[in-house]
Design a protein around this ligand. Structure first.
Ligand code: G1P
Length: 247
């Protein structure tokens, strides 16, 4: 996201009327989460300042950018039971978080991940799941045999990508501590998930789509969708888009 993120952290880029991080927090609140821990790295002061007055928000710091698994470990002291992990560069909707919580509970799982089908050429950008049973859409989820982080297209066990929302039991912290960093020096959450048992996947509920706010194109599309959802903006956006199409 450079040069946009030279000074402003990615999570503080504006999507419509608020920073991306606040959309994520709003999604979690709408899903029923009552305590939210924001793990911050470089530029974390802006995030702390933004949420300073919000009683349900606490902070943890990741000292070095050592991967998603390491970021989750940074929140350990604030966690006292099953918890949701929400990545700060994707918006899915509260129903996706609720679906993962529901599958986690129904299956008495140790972990649950929301998945979204991606094109074969995109599997290398995601964690990809290997279902142990048919993976129907709908509530309840399906058991996973394995997960693999950013596989080559011919090594991918499916086209179901981990979409950035997880429900985890605190037992994952011990697994994370035992997880070796990858070639790039990052501790991958996906690598620790390989040892979470049972681990279940659940599809993004019908009608929802993952919005990637971590790329310029993804953020631009998310802004358009946000604007279309605003009653007082919708007509103007449609007119501009129509004008651009025909002009
Ligand atoms: C991370 C996870 C990956 C997941 C993705 C979703 O990757 O490691 O498993 O599919 O988020 O956005 P990153 O985007 O940090 O490379």
């Amino acid at each position: 996201m450079l040069p946009a993120t030279r000074v402003v952290p990615k999570a503080m880029l504006v999507l419509g009327d608020r920073p991306v991080a606040q959309h994520v927090v709003d999604e979690l609140r709408a899903a029923g989460m009552t305590r939210i821990v924001l793990v911050t790295g470089a530029g974390g002061e802006a995030i702390r300042a933004h949420f300073a007055g919000e009683d349900d928000v606490a902070f943890a710091e990741q000292a070095e950018p050592r991967g998603l698994g390491d970021a989750v470990l940074a929140a350990e002291a604030a966690v006292d039971g099953p918890f949701v992990v929400a990545l700060g560069d994707a918006l899915l909707g509260a129903a996706a978080v609720r679906a993962a919580v529901d599958a986690f509970e129904r299956r008495a799982a140790a972990g649950a991940v929301v998945v979204e089908e991606v094109p074969a050429e995109a599997v290398g950008r995601y964690g990809i799941v290997d279902p142990a049973e048919p993976a129907p859409a709908g509530a309840g989820g399906f058991v996973l045999r394995d997960v693999v982080e950013k596989p080559a297209p011919d090594a991918a066990p499916s086209r179901l990508a981990i979409a950035g929302r997880y429900v985890l039991s605190p037992s994952v912290f011990a697994l994370l501590r035992e997880t070796a960093p990858d070639a790039g020096g990052e501790v991958q959450l996906t690598d620790a998930l390989r040892r979470v048992d049972p681990l279940v996947g659940v599809h993004l509920p019908a009608g929802l789509r993952r919005r990637d706010t971590g790329t310029p194109a993804g953020l631009a599309l998310a802004v358009v969708e946000w604007a279309l959802a605003q009653e007082d903006l919708r007509a103007a956006v449609v007119e501009r888009v129509d004008g651009a199409r025909h002009g």
